[in-house]
Design a protein around this ligand. Sequence first.
Ligand SMILES: Nc1ncnc2c1ncn2[C@@H]1O[C@H](COP(=O)(O)OP(=O)(O)O)[C@@H](O)[C@H]1O
Ligand SMILES: [Mg+2]
Length: 237
Amino acid sequence: MEKRELIYEGKAKRLFTTDDADLLISEFKDDLTAFNGEKKSSEAGKGALNNKISTELFKLLADNGIQSHFIKMLDDNHMLHKRTNVILIEVIVRNIATGSLSKNLGIQDGTVLPFTLVEFDYKNDALGDPKLNDQHALILGLVKYQDELDKLRRMAREINDILKPYFATKGLNLVDFKLEFGKDSSGNIILIDEISPDNCRFWDMVSGEKMDKDRFRQGLGGLKMAYEEVLNRILNK
Ligand SMILES: Nc1ncnc2c1ncn2[C@@H]1O[C@H](COP(=O)(O)OP(=O)(O)O)[C@@H](O)[C@H]1O
Ligand SMILES: [Mg+2]
């Protein structure tokens, strides 16, 4: 399958059409951005690591009954996947308080939440991805019906119920993560985009070390080594 036309260039990926109207190719870039694009950098090899990590996680989720856009990894930086109409809601799943949740609500960093929190952000860079409640999402027409929002929440919890124990077997605490969903050509809501240390937080269960994009956000260094370590643990290397 060949890349045809560039249809979107985002912060972390480029999207291309293919000769099949239902399929797209994502090219994973080495670019890093944080704080809504204010902080920028690049790390050679980061895109390939995210492509490989996402590939493994989409396969794991498929084996556990979660439908996603994933078809196959084409090479180091390219993934073939279904084309969808993106739902402009970032679905955020949190097991442990950190980042904006700690900052906005004054919950101490590292607090284990009494239950898994699922939040919605409006995927809109110009507005800085603001928080949404269900009524906001319906007023904005991001989905048509309440039951679609319920489905996003249900799928997000199911995904957490698969990924959290899986990463525990790898010695990683799955602190929080961001998911995106889209509607495929039959109108089904499926998981899209990527699942990688760019949009998950992983803390080593023994050392507490951060193994994700917080290394870049917080200027800790060693980002590529951390992403490599996440991939190696997934591959049991
Ligand atoms: N299966 C899909 N169908 C259509 N669009 C998708 C699909 N998977 C991901 N996307 C979109 O492609 C873009 C991926 O590029 P990325 O660099 O992550 O963008 P962004 O800067 O918007 O986060 C995102 O806008 C994402 O919503
Ligand atoms: Mg993105």
